[in-house]
Design a protein around this ligand. Structure first.
Ligand code: GLA
Ligand code: ZN
Length: 661
């Protein structure tokens, strides 16, 4: 497409006279695309059926004259006051049964038929109006679907739809009663119409019901997006459709949502005020990019890349000179074909007055503008070559929304999270400069030399077979604690020892376990003792060999980590959560055993990553720190950009190249 840099722009926040100055400055910076209008419903339809798109057409045309194309957002995350006045029932209900009211955003119920009609009317008019506008290239549906909808919506419309969804899934109420295990606490239902959305209970919840609820919510959001996508596809067949994801966010299954889209986009704010540290660690950002790439297994766009201090009521740290560029190129290194910075100019009004952009309130180009301009002018020339190329990791980590939901419902240990566990394994690879793909467990795993599948808690016979086949055919697999515990409906499996059939693969049984509540434990690996946390599976060896043993607990001296050869492959079972130090050792061992290569050696804060097409491999070296760094590559590359190979200045980005045809 040849479009690689842009900004999120809100002309409606600024006087009309300013627009041309903005366009000129954008052009000077190298902006090729803007996203507009995703919160401007009132401005486009101030009264029902009164469409006022002229201002937007004017902005699109003006920008187009400066060589800047437009992505339009549908404004359905912020229905205007007149809709709410007319149809207050479209405001969502939270788990306490309270209505969430107008005054912020996301005050919408996504199942509500009346709201769907408003959307149909509006999106039809908008897409008809812009279908043949030469300045418009594509659409973003809504904005960050799932954001602020954490525990929504409990209304009667959602209740009816949930009942319908359950009926389609289970057919009979007896089947549902059985699969939900409603014999417990007298929860049996006579008919589907008795089933509620999960309003707050006196105490406790049914884990199977909650898993269905979370999957229902995801399906509802996908359906909500499809409602709009179908309209846009009908009227704008030449435009692309995307959506701005939120990394690992889990409200909507991003793999499912991706099926509606031409490509996936993502939003990232590394230095948000909610971060525990000045900014989110680079390994976590890298993991986000990698999972976003996995949602459609293709390059993605960054629809909101942080360009200034982030804040609503509280603010995060200011970005150091070079930091924004390093983060932007990190996105590119992991598969972004375009970087759209949020936002063009810091807004003077509303909730996001302190969510800073490329320009400050003054509107004068300053430090950030100069940095963005330099970045774009330096790297634009390569972006066409990178477009479409992909990282090609030899190792993969399995990611699945349902496993995540199941651990949200029952975390086991107060600090155990599914995504946290994935991130922890990921970091061990990242620190070793080993690129990783995220995959869904049902994907073809055979192209990876090493697959790590943490917390395979919900298990099906098909998935057991899939893992067995992968290993039998020569794959190297890491399974962990809490594997094969439950069936797909979140009921515990019975009449077998853990981890079920995968026990044959691993050569072990897990008859007992221990939760390390308010304590940590230890293992002996090699000759050294290492810390472990959260959980210990108590393992009986059948065919496997012990790799590490517990040094704490009544099961001291029994296996904690095992290794088993199975046909042509190898499988490791990690029966605990290794501390960081142990995990580094283990991943080193797993990678070596699986012949997975590292890109080089470098201290923490220096990132190495590659993308390739049929002929080229590009290597990105990024210094995410404000200090000078040295690194070493494990292969020979030609330097494309950068000062001096092996040496990095603070926040320096270096590019290399190699022919692989
Ligand atoms: C999100 C949204 C934007 C904006 C930013 C900053 O990522 O998509 O509309 O609200 O956060 O808060
Ligand atoms: Zn609702």
């Amino acid at each position: 497409m040849g479009i690689h840099f842009g900004v999120d722009y809100y002309p409606e926040h600024w006087p009309h006279e300013r627009w041309e100055t903005d366009a000129k400055l954008m052009q000077e910076m190298g902006v090729q695309v803007v996203r507009m209008a995703e919160f401007s419903w009132f401005k486009m339809e101030p009264e029902e059926g009164l469409f006022q798109f002229e201002w937007l057409e004017e902005a699109v045309a003006l920008l187009d004259r400066y060589g800047i194309k437009t992505i339009l957002g549908t404004p359905t995350a912020a229905p205007p006051a007149w809709i709410i006045e007319q149809n207050p029932e479209i405001q969502p209900i939270d788990r306490q049964g309270r209505r969430r009211h107008f005054g912020g955003r996301h005050h919408d119920c996504q199942s509500n038929a009346t709201y769907r009609e408003h959307i149909c009317r509006f999106v039809t008019a908008m897409s008809q109006r812009f279908a043949d506008n030469s300045g418009v290239i594509g659409w973003q549906i809504d904005n960050e679907l799932g954001n602020s909808h954490g525990d929504l919506c409990m209304c009667d419309s959602c209740k009816g739809r949930f009942q319908q969804w359950l009926w389609e899934k289970y057919g009979t109420i007896e089947h549902l009663n059985e699969t939900w295990g409603t014999a417990f606490w007298s929860q049996g239902y006579n008919r589907f119409s008795q089933i509620s959305t999960p309003l707050i209970t006196a105490v406790g919840e049914n884990p199977s019901a909650m898993l269905d609820w979370k999957c229902f919510c995801s399906d509802l959001i996908v359906d909500f997006a499809k409602w709009q996508a179908d309209i846009i596809r009908k009227y704008c067949p030449n435009h692309f459709i995307t959506h701005n994801y939120m990394c690992f966010d889990d409200k909507v299954n991003y793999y499912d949502l991706g099926e509606l889209l031409d490509f996936v986009s993502n939003d990232i704010y590394p230095a948000g005020h909610w971060q525990q540290q000045p900014h989110q660690p680079e390994n976590e950002l890298a993991a986000s990019h990698d999972v976003v790439r996995s949602y459609k297994k293709m390059p993605f766009w960054m629809m909101e890349q942080q360009s200034g201090m982030a804040g609503w009521e509280i603010m995060g740290r200011a970005l150091e000179p070079g930091q924004m560029s390093a983060w932007a190129m990190q996105s590119v290194a992991h598969g972004a074909d375009a970087i759209v910075f949020f936002r063009w100019r810091t807004c003077a009004m509303g909730t996001e007055q302190y969510w800073h952009g490329i320009l400050g309130h003054s509107g004068n180009p300053g430090r950030i503008f100069r940095e963005a301009k330099a970045l774009i002018h330096r790297f634009s020339q390569y972006m066409d070559d990178f477009e479409g190329s992909m990282p090609c990791p030899q190792a993969a980590i399995v990611h699945n929304f349902r496993q995540n939901y199941a651990f949200q419902i029952q975390p086991h240990h107060p600090e155990l999270t599914y995504i946290g566990q994935l991130q922890k394994y990921y970091k061990a690879f990242y620190d070793k400069k080993i690129p990783v793909d995220f995959v869904q467990e049902t994907d073809d795993l055979s192209k990876y030399q090493l697959v790590v599948a943490p917390l395979q808690y919900l298990m099906t016979p098909e998935l057991e077979q899939h893992y067995i086949d992968y290993v039998a055919q020569g794959g190297n697999l890491v399974l962990t604690m809490r594997t094969g515990v439950k069936d797909a409906t979140n009921l515990c499996m019975i009449n077998r020892e853990l981890p079920g059939r995968l026990g044959e693969l691993c050569g072990i049984e897990v008859p007992e376990y221990d939760c390390l509540l308010q304590t940590k434990g230890g293992v002996l690996y090699g000759k050294k003792e290492y810390e472990i946390e959260k959980w210990c599976d108590i393992i009986t060896l059948i065919d496997a060999r012990q790799l590490a043993e517990y040094s704490t607990g009544f099961y001291q001296g029994t296996p904690a980590i095992t290794e088993n050869n199975y046909e042509w492959g190898k499988v490791w079972y990690v029966g605990t959560e290794p501390g960081e130090e142990l995990l580094e050792e283990l991943v080193d061992y797993f990678a070596k055993q699986s012949k997975v290569e590292t890109l080089g050696t470098a201290p923490a804060g220096v990132e190495l990553m590659t993308r390739e097409d049929k002929e080229h491999r590009w290597l990105f070296v990024i210094n995410h720190t404000n200090e000078e760094m040295v690194y070493n590559l494990h292969d020979t590359y030609i330097m494309l950009e950068g000062e001096k190979e092996q040496f990095l200045k603070p926040y320096e980005i270096q590019l290399f190249w190699k022919n692989i045809s």
